[in-house]
Write a protein that binds this ligand. Structure first.
Ligand code: GLU
Length: 421
């Protein structure tokens, strides 16, 4: 492999575009509409100076990308992570556009990020970073314009600071500017668990389709943050055996199944899954190669690629993360007959309940948990059926089928609106 292809393989935006072109070919999209819907509408890069606890100022790089707003305001999370780059944020924003369209919720796609390591920052530093970043992107966000949410290493507290910063400049409380807020500030019941719960519903649908009993199914989970831990917990509750789990510090394994509630407590106390008493330590690469029924990548992009995809031995890959498989990995797994539930379908539960939160905020009312979860289940299962039907009809992969549906909806909206001026 040449260095050139290695670099390309690592650029998530180029990989997102590769998948876009594949689906656009299936749809037979003309060149002009293709060019209009592929490129981000707006890209904002900001410098975020923060006075650190030691008295010195550090300047962080931040971004907010609005990929497409044909179907509604831009929607998507904000990531605080050392690996954040503009190319990554552009890829994540693009995926949000197709994701909202596949879920058929009236939002476009956006994403934000700051290149930083919150694990090495104090709470005060993170608050100052959040508020300064918010004020830098403030001209382009708002409940009708662009609505951020949590993503990797951001949480409801950070959303509260974003909402407060925005509201202070307006002079009144604007809860609908951000989703994933604390419940006491207009957050929706069920939002925190929504991504993992949605992942679980799509796994149930996939198992039903493949006639694979979930009870007793062997599961491995790569990444034990919000999405990974909630998925693992729900799968454990459905009597699947979660045999291996990893996080940024390492991986653990127990052939009899890990005790997930105890593991969640251990992670809360120690900050990692490593050192859990009911398990042996393995390497993260070993985890990906374990023979299992369901593999849930729940961390970052490009985890399974051309070099390691052949060693993956699972019936189902459920993409709780965004972009965990490269197109090269896709082709290898497709050849093996692995059933992949693509990210824009699998993890769409998060943004779906974000939509519910925004609707509740805009209407000043509250839904109970049962209402949230039953609406979520209906949307996840409908979207799954639509993607599966398209896959079978067009004889394409689940990923291409999901992209075909998402892109077609965006194109339809775009064409109906016409070209301004
Ligand atoms: N960050 C999540 C995602 O990638 C949620 C986005 C949202 O709720 O707006 O889908």
């Amino acid at each position: 492999m040449t260095v050139g292809t290695l670099v390309n393989e690592k650029n998530p935006y180029e990989l997102a575009m590769q998948n876009f072109e594949m689906a656009a070919d299936v749809l037979g999209l003309e060149a002009d509409i293709r060019a209009m819907v592929r490129a981000p509408e707006r890209v904002l890069a900001v410098t975020v100076p923060v006075r650190m606890d030691n008295g010195k100022v550090t300047c962080f790089e931040g971004y907010r990308v609005q990929h497409n707003t044909s179907r509604g305001p831009a929607k998507g999370g904000i990531r605080f992570h050392p690996g954040v780059t503009l190319e990554e944020v552009k890829a994540l924003a693009t995926w949000m556009t197709w994701k909202c369209a596949v879920m058929d919720i009236p939002f476009g796609g956006g994403k934000g990020g700051v290149t930083c390591n919150p694990k090495e920052m104090s709470i005060t530093e993170i608050e100052h970073l959040t508020r300064r970043y918010t004020s830098a992107i403030l001209p382009i966000i708002g409940p009708g314009q662009d609505i951020p949410a949590p993503d990797v290493y951001t949480n409801s507290q950070i959303m509260a600071w974003i909402m407060d910063t925005y509201s202070m400049t307006r002079g009144y409380l604007v809860p609908g500017v951000v989703t994933g807020k604390p419940i006491c500030l207009g957050g929706s019941l069920g939002r925190n668990e929504a991504t993992g719960r949605g992942v679980f519903y799509t796994i149930e649908s996939a198992c039903q389709h493949l006639k694979l009993p979930l009870k007793g199914a062997k599961v491995t989970v790569q990444g034990f943050g919000n999405a990974g831990s909630v998925s693992a917990h729900l799968l454990d509750g459905a009597q699947a055996d979660v045999v291996a789990v990893s996080d940024s510090r390492g991986a653990i394994y127990n052939n009899q199944g890990l005790h997930i509630p105890k593991l969640m407590l251990h992670k809360e106390k120690t900050g990692s899954v490593v050192g859990f008493s009911g398990a042996e330590e393995i390497s993260p690469e070993e985890l990906l190669a374990l023979e299992c029924d369901i593999l849930v990548p729940a961390a970052l992009e490009n985890i399974i690629h051309g070099e390691n995809a052949r060693s993956v031995r699972t019936k189902i890959v459920a993409e709780a993360a965004n972009g965990p498989l490269t197109p090269e990995a896709d082709a290898i797994l497709e050849d093996k007959g692995t059933f992949v539930i693509p990210d824009i379908l699998c993890n769409g539960g998060g943004v779906t309940v974000s939509y519910f939160e925004w609707v509740q905020n805009e209407q000043h009312l509250r839904w109970d948990l049962h209402e949230v979860n039953s609406r979520l289940e209906r949307i996840m299962k409908n979207s799954f059926s639509e993607v599966l039907e398209t896959k079978l009809q067009r004889k394409v992969s689940m990923r291409t089928a999901a992209n075909v549906i998402g892109i077609a909806r965006v194109v339809e909206a775009n064409k109906s609106r016409g070209l301004y001026p």
